[in-house]
Structure formats: structure tokens, C-alpha cells
Design a protein around this ligand. Structure first.
Ligand SMILES: NC(=O)c1ccc[n+]([C@@H]2O[C@H](COP(=O)([O-])OP(=O)(O)OC[C@H]3O[C@@H](n4cnc5c(N)ncnc54)[C@H](OP(=O)(O)O)[C@@H]3O)[C@@H](O)[C@H]2O)c1
Length: 393
């Protein structure tokens, strides 16, 4: 019987817990830990009594995580807290020789920048500990990385270009709200854009490059070029790639709010003095905005996330679109969450399942596309995220 420790009782954490409980034969005894015990209790209350154990932990402190891993005898740690906690939790896993999985790469709280450098730097330490760390097992990063690996394995000899297309066609009825942690989301979309072409990164102004794409089951949406973390590992691992870009859809109301908030300084990450107290504008904004976990019951519509890949197969040019569509209300009925948390939490559960079952194994730090994509793609179909592939040319 395995022991599973999940850290972070937010929107994504809730989905991971529900899905692990549905697959208890794999996950065994499940403990959910978070900074506030009441966040864990809220999720535990959605489940049959005794389905999970709960614990309080401040995951910024490696020693607290070590103590919890030892107490729960965890066979795996699923980190769905915030990116700020990644390194402290990874270090606790190294110290206790425990496999590790997360869904987002490390961010320093004081720098609006994210990169894999510090997590990749722990490769040798994980090798020495003899265990695996799997980075970015959400949807994007996560399923999108596996889509690329699957396309590489089954549909192409060489992939030349990839566009990752992320559309949330959901409507929550608020003028402005974010679908996952507002601080992380707003930092991501207000930063300069960046894509990779002919061996180097090309920087763009925020929202400078955009185009209209017709998303199956959602419709036409304006899609904006952003920098997104999975590109950093994909350019290393997809051989022969000439260009990779990432696009996300935003509605006019979201963009107008973003512009105003940016102009008045509400997206700032530097502390400002307010009536004798120091406050960080973006943290204060988070307090004002709806909690993403509360959007579940009111969000209608669908998400559609996928990749368009173009390259050569058997001497012929080929272009494919591999995508996944998920309905917000269907997710809410199943696990009391909207589709953005669902599409992140299910791949986290699947990655952990493949690690516990030994289908995905290794010693060191790995990104998703380094693993055999086949069992992951089968598991997406089996656990609520069926995908489709269409030929575009
Ligand atoms: N790859 C993808 O596709 C994808 C998509 C969306 C999100 N994500 C990532 O998923 C993660 C979770 O996102 P979310 O939307 O669920 O965020 P969220 O709703 O804000 O939840 C984060 C949870 O982390 C907990 N936490 C924060 N600091 C902590 C600490 N020091 N120690 C222990 N727990 C702490 C919070 O705890 P309390 O409630 O107890 O205070 C909160 O419940 C983030 O890293 C996000 O970037 C990935």
C-alpha cells in the first residue's frame, strides 16, 4: 500500500485529491497538506469521511516538509502549492529520497521571471538520492509537452514548427477574474512575450503578436503570443525544431482590465508604503479578486488546449492539430471545480500514477517530453481528458 502526500489545497489541489481518491488502489493512503488547515478541511468535506488525511505545513520551510514526508512515509510528493515553494519541496524530497512532481516551474517571489535553471540544477542531487523529479505535469506545461513528444514519436520524422494554442472559452460572469492563482496568472500575462526561432529567443512586447484561431467546440478567438515555460525544455528535447511559439486567448474585457491595472501600478511586485504599512500591490489585488476556486459553479463554456505541429513524414510535408476540449460544468459536476483546475489536476494525478506504477521512471530531474508519451496519452483518454488529432495539411 502506497502513501501519497499532496501539498497545496487550492483549485488544482482539490482536483488532484478527488482524482487520487478515485484511484485509491494506486495512491493508497492520501494526505493533503497546506499552509492553512482549513483549506484542506474544505476539500476533505467534499469527500466521504476518512477518504484522506489532512495536515498543516508551511512548504517554504524544507525542514517542515521533511518532517511531514517522514511522518506520512510518503512514496511520492505531488506539489500543487505555488511555484515559490518548488525548491524547498524539492530539497525535502532529496533529503528524504522521495519522488517529486510539480505543475509549474520555480519562480522567485521578488522577480517576475520563471525558468528551469534552479530546478535542473538539482538533477545530480536527485540522481544521487536515486529518485525521480518530474517537472511541469499539468496541462501546459504538461499535456502539451507530451503532445509534442507523441507527435514526434508517431506523426513525424522531423517537427519544424510548433504553436501551442491555449483557449479558455469559459464565462464566469465577472467583469474580471483569473482562472488560477491571480498573482501567478497576472505576472505571466503582463510580462514581455518571447518565442524561439532558428536557435534563439525573440522578445516581443506584451500582447504584441496575435491572430484569430477557430478552436473546435469553442469558436473563433483572438490568441496572443506569450512566453510560456514549456518552450524552454521543448527546444532542448524536440530535435530539429526551427520555431516554437505559445498563444493564449483573452477577451477584450480581460485585456482592458489588465491595461488599467498595469497603468495604475496594481500589478507591481515591489512593496509600497500605505498608511504606515508595506503592501505589495499584486498581492493586495489578489485579496480583492474572486478566489479561482469559487468560479467553479458559475463558469460555463469549454477550454480547448492543443498544439499545431508542422514538419516532414516519409519525405512529405505534414501539419497536424492535436487538442483536448473540456467543458467547465462537466468538471464541476465531477470534482467541484472549473476546467482550468481540472485540466491541470488530472495530468498531475496521471504523472504521479505513472511514477508510482513504474511506467515512468528515472533518477534525476526530468521534463514530461523526456518520458514515453504513450501511457500518458492513454491515461488522458481514460481519466477525463480525451484528445483528438486532425490533419491540417
Ligand atoms: N501546468 C499547468 O497547466 C498549470 C495551470 C494552472 C495552475 N498551475 C499551477 O498549479 C499550482 C496551483 O495553482 P492553483 O490555481 O491551485 O493555486 P491556488 O488556488 O492559489 O492554490 C495554491 C495553494 O497553495 C497553498 N500554499 C501557498 N503557499 C504555501 C506554503 N508556503 N505552504 C503550503 N501551502 C502553500 C495555498 O494554501 P492555503 O490555501 O492553505 O493558504 C493554496 O491553497 C500553481 O503552482 C500554478 O502555477 C499549473
Amino acid at each position: 500500500m502506497k502513501n501519497t502526500l499532496i501539498i497545496g489545497a487550492g483549485g488544482v489541489g482539490g482536483v488532484v485529491v478527488h482524482k487520487c481518491v478515485m484511484n485509491k488502489a494506486v495512491f493508497g493512503t492520501i494526505t493533503l497538506a497546506s499552509r492553512r488547515l482549513e483549506s484542506c478541511q474544505k476539500i476533505a468535506d467534499q469527500l466521504p469521511a476518512g477518504a484522506i488525511g489532512i495536515a498543516q505545513v508551511n512548504a517554504d520551510h524544507t525542514d517542515e516538509v521533511i518532517a511531514l514526508i517522514q511522518k506520512t512515509k510518503a512514496d511520492i510528493v505531488i506539489n500543487v502549492a505555488l511555484p515559490y515553494q518548488d525548491l524547498a519541496i524539492m530539497d525535502a524530497c532529496i533529503a528524504t529520497k522521495t519522488p517529486y512532481l510539480d505543475t509549474a516551474n520555480y519562480e522567485h517571489p521578488d522577480l517576475a521571471k520563471f525558468e528551469y535553471k534552479e530546478q535542473w540544477a538539482r538533477h545530480e542531487a536527485f540522481q544521487k538520492a536515486g529518485v525521480m523529479a518530474l517537472l511541469g505535469s499539468g496541462f501546459d506545461p504538461g499535456a502539451t509537452n507530451v503532445f509534442c513528444a507523441y507527435a514526434q514519436k508517431h506523426y513525424f520524422d522531423t517537427i519544424e514548427t510548433i504553436d501551442i494554442l491555449d483557449c479558455n472559452g469559459g464565462d464566469h460572469g465577472y467583469a474580471f477574474a483569473t482562472n488560477f492563482n491571480p498573482e501567478i496568472n497576472l505576472r505571466e500575462v503582463s510580462a514581455n512575450g518571447r518565442y524561439w526561432e532558428n536557435g534563439k529567443w525573440v522578445e516581443t512586447k506584451p500582447m504584441e503578436i496575435h491572430f484569430t484561431w477557430d478552436y473546435p467546440e469553442v469558436g473563433e478567438k483572438e490568441s496572443y503570443l506569450l512566453y510560456h515555460e514549456e518552450m524552454e525544455s521543448l527546444v532542448k528535447h524536440i530535435k530539429g525544431l526551427k520555431r516554437i511559439r505559445f498563444f493564449m486567448t483573452f477577451g477584450p474585457s480581460y485585456l482592458k482590465h489588465m491595461e488599467v491595472l498595469q497603468n495604475v501600478g496594481m500589478l507591481g511586485i515591489e512593496p509600497v508604503e500605505h498608511k504606515g504599512q508595506k503592501i505589495i500591490p499584486i498581492e493586495f489585488l489578489k485579496t480583492l479578486l474572486p478566489d479561482p476556486a469559487s468560479l467553479g459553479p458559475r463558469t460555463v463554456g469549454k477550454t480547448n488546449i492543443g498544439i499545431v505541429a508542422e514538419g516532414m513524414k516519409d519525405g512529405k510535408r505534414r501539419k497536424i492539430y492535436l487538442y483536448q476540449v473540456k467543458d467547465h460544468q462537466e468538471c464541476y459536476r465531477e470534482v467541484k471545480s472549473q476546467a482550468v483546475s481540472y485540466t491541470t489536476g488530472v495530468p498531475a494525478m496521471i504523472g504521479a500514477m505513472l511514477m508510482l506504477q513504474g511506467a515512468w521512471s528515472g533518477q534525476g530531474v526530468f521534463n514530461m517530453e523526456q518520458m514515453n508519451p504513450d501511457p500518458f496519452m492513454d491515461a488522458l483518454n481514460a481519466h477525463g481528458l480525451p484528445w483528438q488529432m486532425v490533419e491540417l495539411a
